[in-house]
Every structure is written in structure tokens, then in C-alpha cells.
Design a protein around this ligand. Structure first.
Ligand SMILES: Cc1cc2nc3c(=O)[nH]c(=O)nc-3n(C[C@H](O)[C@H](O)[C@H](O)COP(=O)(O)O)c2cc1C
Length: 358
């Protein structure tokens, strides 16, 4: 199957890096309408909207993901819109209803990213209890189960530890059941993905780091008679030469905002590091990794279009199904990626398909 491409919608201010470097990236609805239209024109299949309630990593203003996805649905025709939600701050019945509404508006393009949370300050600020790491995943699993039942069944009855649903209908149903993505890379996240998610999103990583997760989650899913797909995050810098691209990365790091990066580091101690295994997102990230707040530099999509396309093919070979991209200058970079890299990847995928199976 051909690789899918997604991009991070910059629905928060400050761009995708914690840096004071000049960025041509807006966060308003008008900017995002333009980016989504360019993205679908040049071959992206998915747009991912993040959920954020309180400024972190310099994201001073944040547009809410579901509301913005709904608006983007009306100005686009093809792209699938993945809105992130945080169980605990939303009820699954409300979210199921909102997503089926977006699916109607968009003629079947609604998707959801269920994120289990790392930012204690948001829960405290908005007056909701903050659960232990693995407890948050138990709640997310119930959340996903409730949404799916509401989307698929005439009437839903559910008795869980977190949610009770009593003969609830949901009409209209979505046109097609929205795919469920999930963020989170800890052991609890991997197990939840194997049981209930359609897609497992990974923070930026090395080839080995991605492969270990893909192999483990595939194995766990097989034991549950399931299959799922894998998305890998990457911050993309393409320039005419490898050296120019590397220089942009050095400039981003040189202009990084140490106070904001250190603030972010102290907030993310409640992610992977707080799990019983002390593994998962940001558990081993260093200062430079954190400047792209989803470890996107680690994936290595930095270089010439040819070099970046080759690296993407390596990711495909180890089992990645989707590349989630972020950029410095959205005003230029989405189009450049779509025009210079995606066609090369398609060409290389066709060559791969022609190779004899050994
Ligand atoms: C691609 C991706 C997107 C994510 N989006 C968000 C988001 O929008 N908001 C958020 O609070 N967390 C987001 N997360 C983080 C998740 O909340 C995750 O569950 C949390 O960091 C705990 O990770 P852990 O399971 O590795 O401990 C995202 C993670 C990934 C990989």
C-alpha cells in the first residue's frame, strides 16, 4: 500500500519549534484554511489538529481542534481531518456526536486522535482530576470503546470504571466510522493500541526506535486478532544541499528559547517517565530533541528532496504507513514538500513494487 502523508495543523501559535527563529507560519483560521487547501492539492491525505488548553512550549494562543476541523471541512474537499481530544476534559458521548457531525459536513473525512495527556497543569487549571499514568490509558480505552459503540450501534449500553451509558442513541451516524489514531508510546499506550486503535502515532525517533515499537505493537495486536497502522512524526527541512538544510537546523537550535524548552521538559515528566517502566514519550529526549516538541528532528528528514525521499522509503521498509510532517515556514514548505518530495517517494515506491520478492 502506498505511504500516506499528514501534516501538523499549526492551530497553536509559535510554530512547531520552541525557537525564536523567524517563521513564516500563521495559526489563524484563514492561514490554516490556506494550508489545508494547499496540502490536499499537493498530495497530503491527512491534517492533524493538536489539542492544547494552556500555553506550553511557547504556544500562547490555541484554537480548539474539533471546532477548527469542522471549519476546515467546509473549505476543503479531499483531506481527512484528525482532531485530537483529551479524555477527562471531554465526555466520549459528546465527542462521538461532534465527530459524526463533522463526518456529515465533510462527507466522510472525520478522524480522531485520542491523546491520554502529559500536561498536569491543564487538568488542574480546568478543574479536572489528574489520574496516574496507566490509569489515564485505562480511561482512554473506555473512551474509544464508547465512541465506537455509539457510532455503530442502534443503542449503546456501557458499564465501565469511568463511563456509564444507558441506552443512548446517536443519530445521524457518521458516513463511515471515523478512524481512531492515538498518541503515546509507553507500554500502556502500546497495549491500548493493540486492543482498540486503528493507528499508532510515534514521536520522532531513529529507525531502530521506530522498528522496536512497530514490531512489538504488531505482535500484541496479532495476539488480539487485530491489525493496525503506524504513523511516524518528522520535522522536515528540505534545501538544495544537505549542508544548507543542516544549517537551518543549527539556526533553529541556536535561536531556541531555553526557558520555554526547560519549562516543557519539566511538564513532560508526567509522560513516559511517569509510567511504571519509565519508558515512552520524551523519556530519553535531550535539549535539542525537545526544541521540536515531538522529537521530530530525530527522524532525520533533513536534507535534499532526494535524500529525504530515500529516508522516507527506509521508514516504509520497517513498517511505517504514514509520515506526519511539521515545517518551519508553512507558507512555503507544505507546497515544496508536496511538489518536490511526494512525487519522488511515489516513484521510489513504484520501483520497490517492481523488485522481485526474495
Ligand atoms: C503524534 C502525536 C500527537 C500528539 N498530540 C497531542 C496533543 O495534541 N495534545 C496532547 O496533550 N498530547 C498529545 N500527544 C501526547 C499524548 O498525550 C501521550 O498520550 C502522552 O504524551 C503520554 O505519552 P506516553 O504514553 O509515552 O507516556 C501526542 C502524541 C503523539 C505521538
Amino acid at each position: 500500500m502506498s505511504l500516506k502523508f499528514a501534516y501538523w495543523v499549526p492551530n497553536v501559535s509559535g510554530g512547531l519549534v520552541i525557537s525564536k527563529i523567524h517563521q513564516k507560519t500563521g495559526w489563524s483560521f484563514d492561514d490554516n484554511a490556506r494550508y489545508a487547501q494547499i496540502a490536499e492539492e499537493v498530495g497530503f491525505e491527512f491534517a492533524l489538529l493538536q489539542t492544547r488548553f494552556i500555553a506550553s512550549y511557547g504556544a500562547e494562543n490555541q484554537l480548539e481542534a474539533i471546532t477548527l476541523a469542522s471549519a476546515l471541512a467546509t473549505v476543503t474537499k479531499k483531506i481527512n481531518l484528525i482532531a485530537a481530544v483529551l479524555p477527562g476534559l471531554w465526555h466520549p458521548g459528546t465527542v462521538a456526536k461532534m465527530l459524526s457531525t463533522i463526518d456529515q459536513i465533510s462527507h466522510g473525512r472525520a478522524a480522531i486522535n485520542v491523546v491520554s495527556g502529559w500536561f498536569k497543569g491543564e487538568f488542574h487549571g480546568y478543574g479536572e482530576p489528574w489520574l496516574d499514568h496507566d490509569e489515564r490509558y485505562r480511561r482512554s480505552e473506555e473512551f474509544i470503546t464508547v465512541m465506537r459503540e455509539l457510532w455503530q450501534q442502534e443503542e449503546t449500553n456501557f458499564r465501565g470504571n469511568f463511563y456509564r451509558i444507558n441506552g443512548a442513541p446517536l443519530k445521524p451516524k457518521p458516513i463511515s466510522v471515523p478512524p481512531v489514531f492515538q498518541g503515546g508510546n509507553s507500554s500502556a499506550a502500546r497495549q491500548m493500541a493493540s486492543r482498540v486503535s486503528d493507528w499508532y502515532f510515534m514521536n520522532g525517533n531513529t529507525l531502530d526506535g521506530f522498528k522496536t515499537q512497530i514490531d512489538e505493537v504488531k505482535g500484541l495486536a496479532a495476539a488480539n486478532n487485530r491489525t493496525l497502522q503506524f504513523g511516524a512524526n518528522a520535522f522536515v527541512i528540505i534545501r538544495d544541499t544537505e549542508e544548507e538544510a543542516r544549517q537551518v537546523l543549527r539556526d533553529i537550535i541556536a535561536s531556541s528559547d531555553p526557558e520555554a524548552v526547560e519549562g516543557f521538559r519539566s511538564q513532560v515528566q508526567f509522560a513516559g517517565k511517569a509510567s511504571p517502566e519509565r519508558e515512552g514519550m520524551w523519556a530519553n529526549s535531550d535539549y535539542q530533541d525537545l526544541v521540536q516538541y515531538n522529537d521530530g528532528f530525530k527522524t532525520g528528514l533533513i536534507g535534499t528532496p532526494e535524500g529525504v525521499a530515500d529516508r522516507i522509503i527506509e521508514l516504509k521498509r520497517i513498517g511505517v504507513d504514514l509520515i506526519l510532517t511539521g515545517f518551519l515556514h508553512y507558507d512555503e514548505d507544505i507546497r515544496a514538500f508536496g511538489e518536490k518530495v511526494i512525487p519522488l517517494v511515489r516513484q521510489k515506491e513504484a520501483e520497490l513494487a517492481e523488485l522481485p520478492v526474495s
